[in-house]
Design a protein around this ligand. Sequence first.
Ligand code: CA2
Length: 148
Amino acid sequence: MTERRFLVLNGPNLNLLGTREPGIYGATTLHDIVAGLEAQAASADPPASIVALQSNHEGELVDAIQTHGPGSKAIIINPGALSHYSIAIRDALTGVGTPTIEVHISNIHAREEFRHHSVISAVARGQVVGLGVDGYRLALDFCLQTYQ
Ligand code: CA2
């Protein structure tokens, strides 16, 4: 039986979660977010697994999409600031064709104008925006229900 795998990607500076700017991004570390997603996936029916990667480098995220995207049922990605301008990440996502959920911890529409537009949104299946780090759990819940 093929394993049910989901790829969870986080872009630049999200390694700082839980250490700075808790008023915007919360107090939970990325390590704890990923641990929670792994437990959520393992207890699903049927069980699933997570491949998680954070990178501050656009090319590493493109490589991860190309390497792990085709074998994953879906991709959950918070591209960080790259959301607003990375055509390379957008092209990688369309290139592999794996359904993608875009997550933003903060409400990008209520912040600076330059955060209002995401070049990823148009190629994503959907977005979870502004619900804090719960957005990752909600995105995975959708994926576990939708991509058997
Ligand atoms: O709200 C989000 O999830 C963002 O993707 C976060 C990005 C930002 O550039 C996007 O516009 C919206 C920034 C991530 C920075 O993460 C930090 C976490 C803790 C402390 C400092 C930065």
